[in-house]
Design a protein around this ligand. Structure first.
Ligand code: SAH
Length: 213
């Protein structure tokens, strides 16, 4: 795959449009400027890769809209070396953004096909991912607790098991709600038993499903 000047130009335009839509975290914008999003999509969709839209990938799933990736990543307030649990590897694009800004990412995916393809492309780009073919509802207790947790599929409610795997002071960001529309919820763990909850508005994700495929 080639990352041409045309791709780079389209990417710059996309990042400028994200800035205009209110994304202001420079580390997030820099990462998205650098990562060739078209590598994470099927051949022939290069133009589409740099429009601010979600797009179908394998196994009936979608690569999240660039604005959504930027928004969720910004909410996580990633610091270098943060240990991040990501639920829903999908294409691997969001994983790359997190790694590019210095996070150590543990990413879970329930679709075997995507679990395999995301790792291939991430490796090709020089990221060393820790990917697992696993149901995200279980999380990854043996590797936790985590500084940050990100869910990239719509969950009917905040999974309790994942809250337990968050460090005190840690942040979880997840779209919560019915299948057609979810609220972007950010919870900060302030003690063993207390969380501060914020609702950042409506989004639409593919559903977070139980079990593996
Ligand atoms: N961040 C990804 C989003 C992919 S869509 C990207 O931008 O490419 C959401 C992904 O979550 C899908 O790949 C779907 O298979 C996965 N998913 C849904 N439920 C899951 C679960 N319980 N555990 C792990 N992954 C899950």
């Amino acid at each position: 795959m080639i990352d041409s000047y045309t791709h780079k130009g389209l990417r710059e335009r996309l990042v400028n449009s994200l800035r205009e839509k209110g994304i202001n975290k420079e580390n997030v914008l820099d990462a998205m400027l650098k990562i060739p999003r078209h590598f994470f999509m099927a051949n022939g969709f290069e133009e589409r890769a740099y429009q601010d839209n979600a797009f179908p990938i394998a196994a009936g799933q979608t690569i999240s809209q660039p604005y959504t990736v930027a928004f969720q990543t910004s909410l996580l307030e990633i610091k270098p070396h943060d240990k991040v649990l990501e639920i829903g590897t999908g294409s691997g694009y969001q994983t790359a953004v997190l790694m590019e800004i210095g996070a150590k990412v543990y990413s879970l995916e329930r679709q075997k096909e995507l679990y395999k393809s995301a790792q291939l492309i991430l490796r090709k780009l020089g990221y060393i991912p820790s990917c697992f073919f696993k149901d995200g509802y279980e999380g990854l207790p043996t590797y936790g607790p985590f500084d940050k947790i990100l869910i990239t599929a719509g969950a009917p409610e905040m999974p309790k098991s994942l809250l337990e795997q968050l460090k005190i002071g840690g942040i979880i960001v997840a779209p919560i709600g019915k299948s057609d529309s979810q609220d972007m919820i950010k919870m900060t763990r302030i003690s063993e038993t207390e969380f501060n909850t914020e609702n950042l508005g409506k989004f639409a994700f593919v559903p977070m499903l139980k079990g593996k495929k």
